[in-house]
Design a protein around this ligand. Structure first.
Ligand code: CA
Length: 230
C-alpha cells in the first residue's frame, strides 16, 4: 500500500492555514498545523514530517529561527522545508535558502503551484527504511508479526483494527481524514462509507483506551477526522 506522506503547515493567518490544510488533506496527505513558531518546533520534533510548509512572519518565534533549529536537530534535519513569505525580493530568498530551506514561495501564490512544489519536494525525500515496530506510551505494535500489546499484554485486534491503529500511530499528531483512512486501510476499491471508519475507531477505543468514552489516544477532530496522540 502506498505510503502516506506527512505535512506540517505552519501559518498564523487562520484563513490561509485552513485552506492549505483542507486542500493538502484532499490530496491524500496527513496534515498537521501550527500557528506559532514554538508550536511548529514542538510538533515538528514529534512528527518529523516529510514536508514543512513554513511561513516566515510568525508569533513567538519567526520562521527563519524555526528553520535553523529544525536543521540542527537530528529528528528534523531531513524534513523538506518550503518557506512561505509575503516579503518578496532576493535578500529574503538568499536568507531563506542559507538557513536550510529547500524551496521558497512568495505570497500570493496559487494552490496549484504550492501542490507542485510539495510533490517535487516529496520526490526528493530520501526514503527511510521501513520501521518494524511502532510504540506510543503503553502501546507497542509489531508490524512484522502484526501483534499489538498494551502494557505488555497482547491485544486481540482484528486485521483491519490493527491496520487502522498502525496507520494512526504512524502519523501521530496529524489529523487523518476518514477518506484517507478508508483508502489506506481498506483500499481504493472498498465500497464503504465514513461509518466504517467510525465503527472501527469505536472498537479500537474499547481495546486501547482506559476510558473509551473519554479517549486520549484516538481523538476525534470535528469535521476533519481522527488524530492519534501518545
Ligand atoms: Ca504570517
Amino acid at each position: 500500500m502506498e505510503e502516506t506522506h506527512t505535512i506540517l503547515v505552519v501559518e498564523d493567518e487562520a484563513t490561509l492555514r485552513e485552506a492549505l490544510v483542507y486542500n493538502l488533506n484532499k490530496e491524500g496527505y496527513a496534515v498537521s498545523q501550527a500557528s506559532t513558531g514554538l508550536q511548529a518546533l514542538a510538533l515538528a520534533r514529534t512528527l518529523a514530517p516529510d514536508v514543512i510548509i513554513l511561513d516566515l512572519m510568525l508569533p513567538e518565534l519567526d520562521g527563519l529561527s524555526v528553520c535553523r533549529s529544525l536543521r540542527r536537530e537530528p529528528a528534523t534535519a531531513d524534513c523538506s522545508i518550503l518557506i512561505l513569505t509575503a516579503r518578496g525580493g532576493e535578500l529574503d530568498k538568499i536568507i531563506g535558502l542559507e538557513t536550510g530551506a529547500d524551496d521558497y514561495l512568495t505570497k500570493p501564490f496559487s494552490l496549484g503551484e504550492l501542490l507542485a512544489r510539495v510533490r517535487a519536494l516529496l520526490r526528493r525525500t530520501r526514503s527511510s527504511a521501513p520501521r518494524d515496530t511502532l510504540e506510543a506510551g503503553n502501546l507497542v505494535l509489531d508490524l512484522i508479526a502484526r501483534r499489538a500489546t498494551r502494557n505488555g499484554a497482547e491485544l486481540a485486534l482484528k486485521p483491519k483494527e490493527f491496520s487502522l491503529l498502525a496507520e494512526l500511530m504512524r502519523h501521530r499528531g496529524a489529523v487523518l481524514s476518514r477518506d484517507l483512512l478508508l483508502s489506506h486501510v481498506w483500499g481504493q476499491d472498498f465500497f464503504g462509507d465514513d461509518r466504517t471508519v467510525d465503527v472501527h475507531v469505536r472498537w479500537l477505543r474499547e481495546k486501547i483506551e482506559d476510558d473509551p468514552a473519554h479517549p486520549v489516544h484516538i481523538q476525534t477532530v470535528r469535521g476533519l477526522g481522527y488524530r492519534f496522540e501518545a
